[in-house]
Design a protein around this ligand. Structure first.
Ligand SMILES: N[C@@H](CCC(=O)N[C@@H](CS)C(=O)NCC(=O)O)C(=O)O
Length: 255
């Protein structure tokens, strides 16, 4: 492609950002990376809110146009760059199947993985704040106010954790079914699609925080993870500092 200019606002450990980095590497699209420090509140500064009023990463600026939301960005990349390593079938029924998978992924495991991630890794960042500071921070978040208030400064409850783990388990089981139904080894069959990319950061995070026992008896899911980790785009996407255990080494102690 000629005359292209991509700027990706993102964060190393953000699972939504990892989706987009992975897809852009597969599509061989060079991009300028602007890293936001989510704990310093870069995503809530007026200059970033003018790019993404939701105050979350990622945001992709393509020439002068801004594209928001990781799942939307993935399909946008396919729309502008359909020839290099296609990841969406030209068959509308199969493309619809892919979108249905992504909707499930964004309903079930994507919100669920935030609960153990916050409780295990991010909570201490909020515990040094006064109650007033914490509430003011929550109030400043356009998308995550209620999420943060529910967590509070003591963390999500055991009930919330169990509910999240049950959602993650259901998602892993659903992946196993999709791989089986479509003949593997990817979710839609013999090629990597945006559905694989959408769920990948969740599964990588689960492995990182010692939840890989959920696929101990699901060899197809284990193989899927091995394959995606062997993909050339993987190490470019998960550069050092992208895994939680690289920033919070204590999380690795039970590995
Ligand atoms: N649906 C959005 C969600 C984006 C999102 O939740 N991003 C997180 C990181 S994965 C974020 O920026 N969080 C910052 C915050 O909570 O303040 C997408 O997929 O792009």
């Amino acid at each position: 492609m000629s005359n292209i200019d991509f700027t990706l606002y993102n964060a190393p450990q953000s699972t939504c950002s990892q989706r987009v980095r992975f897809a852009m590497h597969i599509k061989e699209l060079a991009f300028t990376e602007i890293l936001l420090d989510l704990f310093s509140g870069d995503q809530l500064k007026p200059e970033y809110l003018s790019i993404n009023p939701n105050g979350v990463v990622p945001a992709l600026v393509h020439n002068t146009k801004t594209i928001l939301d990781s799942a939307v960005i993935l399909e946008y990349l396919e729309d502008i760059c359909p020839k290099i390593n296609p990841m969406r079938s030209a068959d509308p029924v199969i493309a619809a199947e892919m979108r249905t998978m992504i909707r499930f992924i964004d309903e079930v495991p994507t919100p669920a993985i935030r609960i153990p991630s916050y409780n295990l890794a991010f909570l201490p960042h909020f515990q040094t704040m006064s109650k007033e500071e914490f509430e003011a921070l929550a109030d400043s978040k356009p998308l995550r106010r209620e999420f943060l208030l529910k967590m509070g400064q003591t963390g999500f409850s055991e009930e919330d954790m169990n509910e999240a783990l049950s959602r993650l388990q259901r998602a892993v089981l659903r992946m196993d079914e999709w791989i089986e139904q479509n003949g593997g080894s990817w979710l839609q069959g013999n090629y990597i699609s945006y559905a694989d990319i959408a769920v990948m950061p969740v599964i990588v995070r689960m492995q990182d925080i010692n939840l890989s026992y959920y696929w101990d008896n699901l060899p197809k899911v284990a193989k899927w993870l091995e394959k995606i980790q062997e993909h050339a785009a993987f190490s470019k996407t998960f550069y050092h500092g992208s895994l939680l255990t690289e920033k919070y080494p204590h999380l690795a102690k039970n590995k």
